[in-house]
Design a protein around this ligand. Structure first.
Ligand SMILES: [Zn+2]
Length: 332
């Protein structure tokens, strides 16, 4: 039976958390035994996941990413994980996947930069758990994207930009989801390592950005980090100050995302400021297009993207976000 690592999970404050870990082990290992064809060599990867799961929830408190107000809500979300499954060998180009609250883990993760394999498991498992938490607003964001797209003016604006589909607006929200879960995963991993996070650095990825470099301190998904920071600075309910570091802006975005009413707050902001809708949809859809093209370039999507496409959308995106963060015109 799963052995709890930390003694703080009493039933009164964290109802069902211990039982979830025990149940998850039972369900996941039974499934693994039934499908592994007698080869149980990778069963330990399920134990690693469960240890990481327990540490992850603890780390959200330690890193002040959840509070008295929302830790129950986050607990209810992570308890929705129904099984941990091991990715088949031919699907291990993915670090991990989450589908219908089942997390598919990869037992063959390799070290990246200064991260050991153990760090990588914690980071990737944390990333997927973040997706399970964010699921509480991702569905709502798709619904909201459809509503926005029904507006003929919005359709006209997007048509002029070659973005005639609500799917670009949805992918824009997906980019934010990716960056939030990765930023939290990075925080959790370095907390466990007892080390400060790396400094932001310039990186090049010619296939995605051509000759332009981008800045990041992420180990994975770094190409999206700065884009999400720029977007977050335009959301007035995050109360970002011009002097806030990118790290601080992302922390504010993480906390807002884990509250669960993230999309409702965006809707409210645009209801009070209908004059901001046009630039909001341009930013969201260009983020979606950049994410879509990037996934095509790195081979996670069927059609063909290019750095020319990415840069052609990055440029209007940066112009608009710059106009929001210039000292004379701050926030929505
Ligand atoms: Zn992800």
């Amino acid at each position: 039976m799963y052995q709890i690592q930390y003694s703080i999970w009493n039933e009164k404050d964290f109802p069902g958390f211990q039982k979830k870990l025990v149940d998850l082990e039972e369900v996941s290992k039974a499934y693994y035994r039934d499908t592994a064809g007698g080869n149980l060599a990778e069963a330990h990867s399920i134990d690693t996941f469960l240890h990481d799961f327990e540490y992850y929830y603890l780390a959200l408190f330690k890193a002040h990413l959840i509070t008295k107000e929302n830790f129950r809500n986050v607990l209810d979300q992570i308890k929705k994980v129904v099984a941990v499954k091991v990715l088949p060998k031919d699907a291990r180009k993915y670090f991990a996947l989450t589908y219908q609250n089942q997390i598919y883990i990869n037992p063959d993760l390799k070290p990246v930069r200064s991260l050991t394999p153990d760090d990588m498991y914690l980071m990737v498992h944390s990333h997927e758990l973040g997706h399970v938490i964010n699921n509480q607003w991702v569905d709502a964001s798709f619904h909201y994207a459809n509503t926005l797209y029904q507006n003929p003016r919005v359709q006209g604006i997007l048509r002029n930009m070659g973005l005639s589909s609500a799917s670009y607006l949805k992918d824009g929200f997906c980019l934010l989801d990716e960056v939030v879960v990765q930023d939290v995963a990075e925080r959790v991993t370095y907390l466990k390592k007892g080390q400060a996070r790396p400094l932001m650095e310039s990186r090049n990825d010619k296939a995605i950005f051509g000759l332009n470099s981008y800045r990041t301190n992420f180990n994975l998904y770094g190409e999206f980090q700065k884009i999400a920071v720029r977007f977050a600075r335009t959301l007035s309910f995050l109360h970002c100050e011009v002097q806030d570091s990118d790290d601080e802006v992302l922390r504010k975005l993480d906390i807002a995302a884990f509250r669960g009413d993230f999309v409702a707050r965006i809707e409210r902001e645009l209801e009070f400021h209908p004059d901001k809708i046009d630039s909001f949809v341009i930013l969201l859809a260009t983020m979606g297009k950049i994410k879509d093209s990037t996934y095509q370039i790195i081979g996670l999507s069927a059609s063909k993207g290019s750095s020319v496409i990415v840069n052609s959308y990055l440029s209007p995106f940066e112009q608009i976000t710059d106009s929001y963060t210039s000292p004379s015109k701050k926030g929505y």
